[in-house]
Design a protein around this ligand. Structure first.
Ligand code: C2G
Length: 142
């Protein structure tokens, strides 16, 4: 039994979702329209350290925001790069999807499920938001 009712389309995606923004939201919205259940793997603070990322928002708050999102059915911790295969099988995932900045990176999962890369939302990123906040803190440029 792979953990899903017969015929249910389960989707899986992963991310940090730091400073949750419309790019994250639109991806989750599009994914939720493609199936019955959307599971999101949220990167833990420790895993992000391994990615060389320092998050502004702690893991517990990033999970709380994702769980409150109408498009998300379940949030699981993303603790390492290697867990995807196990997660796909454990949750009976039929579609694995990411934004297209990851194109090709997870094609190895294609023996287990469909793999899809969706266009990113233009002109918004956590990195840009951090720079914007930094510039606002520096005060108005005279
Ligand atoms: N995203 C998007 N449009 C943006 C910004 C992000 O569609 N303007 C998508 C990304 O492509 C990704 C998801 O939103 O699919 C989460 O983005 P991040 O939080 O930046 O996730 P990332 O740091 O890329 O971690 O194992 C996979 C990693 O955990 C992904």
């Amino acid at each position: 039994m792979n953990g899903k009712p017969e015929g249910e389309t389960v989707l899986l995606t992963y991310g940090t979702f730091d400073l949750f923004h419309v790019g994250h939201l639109r991806l989750l919205k599009r994914l939720s329209a493609l199936g019955d259940k959307l599971i999101v793997g949220c990167s833990t603070d420790e895993f992000n350290g391994g990615k060389g990322k320092t998050t502004a928002i702690p893991y517990a708050h990033r999970v709380e925001i994702l769980e409150a999102c109408r498009y998300v059915d379940q949030v699981i911790p993303e603790e390492n790069w290697a867990q995807k295969r196990d997660d796909v099988q454990r949750y009976g995932v039929s579609l694995f999807a990411m934004g297209d900045d990851w194109t090709g990176k997870f094609d190895d999962l294609q023996d287990l499920c469909d793999v899809l890369y969706l266009p990113r939302t233009e002109n918004i990123s956590t990195t840009e938001l951090k720079a914007l906040i930094q510039s606002m803190r520096a005060g108005p440029s005279v």
